[in-house]
Ligand binder design. Structure first.
Ligand code: FRU
Length: 489
């Protein structure tokens, strides 16, 4: 690694950043997690341990490039007050010298068991992949144990990474992303009794034999007696309403037979239809909630994000509670985020309109709730981040049940449109969290989500609602401005 500052210096600089000038520019996020400097990507090791949520993440604390991957950590009890982000695992050993890649955590006997991929490359770019065990004790200090799986099984390439550890019926497992020698994405399952000796159980058999060249960041959760398999396939063909981003993250719901590894499942569904979402991870907390956080970014698209000029890039999504209804996954922002609400700025109920314009939004940091009926309109359109001749629009066609998110009018950052077909319901519901240079839109109680980065110019803060073809009936519309989260010792 280059001659960078020491990790102690990195951590002190991080603290200084949060103490001095957290509101350094207009794109600095208020309540989404982003690094003080450097690049972050996948959430890692998400867990509830010792009375706190542990949110680890991939972090290059030195530059805005996908290099020098460390693990960073922030802890929180309430998703409002966080500890200062610190580097906690560094690529300093022979088995992880080219990156402490993604991995996961499981609380066990008063300790947090960690497992991650040690990435090693030779001068010619040939890869090796080690699955590395580390242990976090109850005062938060982490010790690397070393590689516990060093071989890549026969028939697979060295694209072998992102072990996700879990316990099922008293046995420990990890599921890991893999690639066959004929370049097809797969996942393999390992089991263990002691976290040190891991036995390959085999490949999980899905109906998707030819579904991208690599499956990254897999996860397996048993929820309501269903198996939910989340993964991030690379190399799917884009379609009008599907796979519109460079890479996808989605899920299969079904039943996995742990003896035969046959997985009977329904169709692949993407988790998020916005521009920026990848490599999510989930975990179960002490209240039994299954919580998922994603990276609000995608590989190979760094140039779309102008925050690099401030020496930081990318962020994580809000934490979302998962539930399954009729074999469809729903995602809702954790109820803790209600505590971000400062004042109720808009509160409208039961009116028919064809145009509404906000006049008291002062900052792109708000929650917007809308429940609307078509009445005699054909379309409803929400415009936001309006100003400086730019805006973002979200359109919903009542008849066709099509949603279009359009950021082509923005001057800075990525552009383009994203489309989805929404399952038709009586009322069209939006819950949107706007946060400076990012937003998350939850549609129809979280049946679909659209997460994206945008880079509004100063003053592009307006919001409008319009209808086409007639009036819409607003059953409910509310806007709260939201406070920022805090980083303390
Ligand atoms: C996904 C990913 C993982 C890998 C990590 C490296 O974004 O490519 O597969 O472990 O990022 O940062």
């Amino acid at each position: 690694m280059k001659n960078f500052k020491s990790l102690e210096e990195v951590n002190l600089d991080g603290e200084k950043f949060y103490k001095d000038n957290i509101q350094c520019d207009n794109w600095k996020l208020n309540y989404h997690f982003e690094p003080p400097f450097g690049l972050i990507n996948d959430p890692n090791g998400l867990s509830y341990f010792n009375g706190e949520y542990y949110l680890f993440f991939q972090w290059n604390p030195y530059t805005c490039e996908h290099k020098y991957k460390h693990w960073g950590l922030v802890k929180t009890k309430n998703f409002i007050d966080y500890t200062m982000p610190k580097v906690v695992i560094a690529p300093t050993d022979w088995y992880d010298k080219d990156g402490c890649y993604s991995g996961s955590a499981l609380s066990h006997n008063g300790k947090l068991e960690l497992i991650y991929t040690g990435n090693v490359k030779d001068a010619k770019g040939n890869r090796e992949s080690y699955q590395v065990r580390a242990i976090c004790d109850d005062n938060g200090s982490i010790t690397k144990v070393g590689p516990v799986v060093s071989d890549i099984p026969k028939g697979y390439t060295a694209h072998f990474r992102d072990p996700k550890i879990f316990k099922y019926k008293g046995i420990y497992y990890f599921i890991i992303g893999a690639q066959t020698e004929d370049l097809k994405g797969r996942v393999l399952l390992y089991s263990s009794e002691d976290f040190n000796t891991w036995t390959l159980k085999g490949e999980i058999e899905t109906a998707y034999k030819d579904f991208g060249f690599m499956w990254e960041c897999p996860g397996l959760i048993n929820m309501d007696n269903k198996d939910l398999f989340i993964f991030s396939p690379q190399g799917l063909k884009g379609e009008e309403f599907k796979n519109q981003n460079i890479y996808q993250s989605g899920y299969l719901i079904g039943n996995l037979d742990y003896d035969t590894l046959m997985f009977n499942h329904n169709e692949f569904k993407e988790l998020d239809m916005g521009f920026d979402f990848y490599a999510p991870q989930s975990f179960r907390d002490d209240k039994g909630r299954d919580i998922m956080i994603g990276w609000m970014g995608l590989p190979e698209e760094d140039e779309q994000h102008p925050t690099s000029k401030y020496n930081r890039i990318h962020c994580l999504t809000m934490a979302r509670e998962l539930s399954i209804k009729d074999d469809v996954l729903y995602q809702r922002p954790l109820e803790e985020y209600n505590n971000l609400r400062k004042e109720l700025l808009v509160d409208i109920e039961g009116v028919d309109i064809n145009k509404w314009v906000s006049n008291n939004i002062e900052e792109n940091s708000y929650e917007f709730l809308l429940e609307v009926n078509e009445k005699n309109a054909s379309q409803v359109e929400l415009r936001f981040a309006i100003g400086n001749n730019e805006d973002v629009t979200l359109k919903y066609d009542f008849e066709k049940s099509i949603v279009i998110l359009d950021r082509t009018n923005m001057k800075l950052g990525g552009k383009g449109i994203r489309k989805l077909k929404l399952h038709k319901e009586e009322t069209f519901k939006i819950q949107m969290f706007m946060d400076k240079s990012s937003f998350e839109i939850y549609l129809n109680d979280g049946r679909e989500v659209m997460s994206s980065r945008i880079y509004p110019q100063d003053g592009s803060i307006g919001i409008e609602l319009l209808s086409k073809g007639g009036d819409i009936r607003i059953d409910k519309m509310k806007i709260w401005n939201l406070i920022g989260v805090r980083y303390n010792e």
